[in-house]
Design a protein around this ligand. Structure first.
Ligand SMILES: Cc1cc2nc3c(=O)[nH]c(=O)nc-3n(C[C@H](O)[C@H](O)[C@H](O)COP(=O)(O)OP(=O)(O)OC[C@H]3O[C@@H](n4cnc5c(N)ncnc54)[C@H](O)[C@@H]3O)c2cc1C
Length: 510
């Protein structure tokens, strides 16, 4: 009989409790699932990053005397065959909050295990509770989970014998692998650790100031997202390292500290948000395709995948230079900073009135760090679909002037505008002669904004909107705010309703 350790998005041996808990003959297994890779949110760039992390994992396992067995196919079929041939004593894995496809697959694996009498030991790896009774107290739960000791790398484990390891293919299925990526982010554990250490050693010095601009963000942001999404680093070890650094730095003269304490604090908050957001999808997996607020869901109009506005946005041809520069840089690098992600999503939903699920799927495929639990709640939030967040309509010209004042980022990614005066790169339509090859704005900014505001106001003004918003807040809202009252839930519900009302009057134009 075998103890199977099923690696999913946890491609490391450090802080890997399922591996450390396995006993007897151990079979580390990775299943390449063509069904997953056929999904509308999966892409060649994600596979390339994952493949490199898998090769790295194979080397890490070899160093502790274990093979990494890689098989391609349907998880239940493969596990059933393995059980018939060799017998599975226990299946070990981390809990996974993935997309709806992996959720359905896990349910099928659960059914198979129950029928076959195989215990499936699933361990938590993030600060994500399964199930979560109430959002109250979640922050405490997160803190306690992250403070638990990191699991040491196990040694002296007994490998399962007579198993062919299996190759890690170039592609998970025959597809056109050319998705425009020019700069692949280095994958694997050493690359992830190096990013964390370089951030703490000084790269993160200007994190707070530089994180919003697409010019400085690639350097000053941690860039840990893809490593956290594929699990080459564990969230617990990252948080504990960041907290240790915070303690060291606070004992130093501020000028001697490699990065300001504020940068450490900001990174720590974002790592908290990571799990806060994933908890939303864990608690309501349907958020991948259903708007959190029922009124927004009822008002949705589907966008066809070949909608010309969707294609122009996704390919960087909207005529709004910063939007186009962001989309083209994302296509080429697989990464974009938070503010620009929010801006491009907001532009698709508000200016172009596209359905968030269609634009969200395009973005998901372009992100190497695609993490469903962050992605879908963020896509909904930036599209006004949650009902509990004040709608943020980003003005692409204002963002351009604020975040790329000299138009350098624009010139780099939109070469059609490189030769025009820097001051006009934000608004090339003001030139007497339009720059050749660059489109006119796809929509007129003021008209599009007015229409978006009207749509929002109509919806948010409808009877019962605030009541439903309070329900959404109760399920998903952050409790990290100060409420001085003795009935927190009632006060929070009132606050959500108040926000919904306020945002009918003045929507943010960022
Ligand atoms: C529309 C939209 C879609 C997004 N989709 C994803 C996604 O698929 N995968 C993903 O990892 N992030 C996503 N984000 C959040 C955020 O933009 C990225 O985590 C961040 O830009 C990654 O770069 P970094 O690792 O350098 O982040 P840093 O700023 O260095 O932050 C460190 C880590 O904190 C977490 N984090 C940072 N910002 C957020 C946030 N706002 N919400 C939740 N967690 C956060 C991430 O794990 C990140 O790696 C999305 C944001 C928006 C607006």
């Amino acid at each position: 009989m075998l103890d199977v350790v099923w690696f999913k998005r946890d491609l490391r041996v450090a802080d890997h409790a399922p591996l450390a808990r396995a006993r007897g003959r151990i079979l580390p297994l990775y299943i390449i699932e063509p069904g997953y890779w056929q999904g509308g949110d999966a892409s060649p760039r994600q596979w390339r990053f994952l493949r490199a992390a898998l090769l790295d994992l194979r080397a890490e396992l070899a160093a502790i005397g274990l093979p990494l067995v890689v098989r391609s196919g349907d998880a239940v079929t493969l596990l059933r065959r393995l059980h018939a041939e060799r017998g599975i004593a226990t299946l070990h894995s981390h809990e996974e909050t993935g997309n709806l496809w992996t959720y359905a697959r896990d349910r099928a694996v659960g059914r198979f295990c129950r029928e076959a009498g195989i215990p499936w030991a699933q361990t938590r790896q993030f600060g994500v509770a399964r199930p979560l009774a109430s959002r109250d107290g979640w922050a405490r739960f997160f803190g306690a989970t992250m403070a638990a000791p990191v699991t040491p790398i196990p040694h002296g484990l007994q490998p399962a014998a007579y198993l062919i390891e299996g190759a890690i293919p170039e592609q998970p299925l025959p597809w056109n692998a050319d998705d425009g990526l020019l700069e692949q982010q280095p994958a694997g554990r050493a690359a992830g650790l190096a990013l964390l250490e370089s951030f703490l050693a000084g790269r993160g010095r200007d994190y707070r100031r530089g994180m919003s601009s697409p010019r400085s963000a690639p350097l000053v942001c941690s860039r840990l997202s893809a490593h956290l999404a594929m699990g080459s680093l564990s969230m617990r070890e990252v948080i504990q390292r960041v907290e240790r650094a915070g303690q060291e730095f606070s004992a130093m003269e501020p000028r001697a500290s490699p990065i300001p304490l504020g940068a450490v604090q900001s990174l720590r908050s974002r790592l908290h948000w990571h799990c806060h957001f994933i908890q939303k999808l864990e608690s309501e997996p349907e958020l991948e395709h259903r708007a959190a607020h029922p009124a927004v869901q009822a008002a949705r109009i589907a966008t066809a995948p070949d909608d010309p506005a969707l294609l122009a946005w996704a390919e960087g041809r909207t005529g709004y230079p910063l939007v186009d520069a962001c989309m083209r840089s994302l296509i080429a690098t697989g990464w974009l900073n938070f503010r620009m992600r929010a801006m491009v999503q907001s532009f698709a939903s508000y200016h172009l009135a596209l359905d968030w699920a269609a634009s969200g799927a395009r973005l998901a495929r372009l992100f190497t760090d695609y993490e469903p639990g962050i992605h879908w709640p963020q896509v909904q939030m930036q599209s006004g679909a949650t009902g509990i967040n004040t709608p943020r309509i980003y003005n692409p010209v204002k963002q351009s002037l604020d975040q790329d004042p000299l138009g350098e980022f624009i010139a780099r990614w939109v070469p059609e505008l490189a030769h025009i005066p820097a001051g006009l790169r934000h608004t090339p339509w003001k030139l007497d002669t339009p720059p050749p090859g660059y489109p006119q704005p796809i929509v007129e900014q003021a008209t599009a904004l007015r229409a978006a505001r009207e749509r929002l106001s109509r919806m948010r003004g409808a009877e019962g909107f605030g009541r439903e918003a309070a329900r959404v807040f109760h399920k998903h809202g952050s409790r990290q705010r100060r409420f001085a009252q003795d009935d927190p839930m009632a006060e929070r519900a009132r606050e959500a309703a108040r926000q919904a009302k306020a945002s009918r009057q003045g929507l943010l134009d960022l």
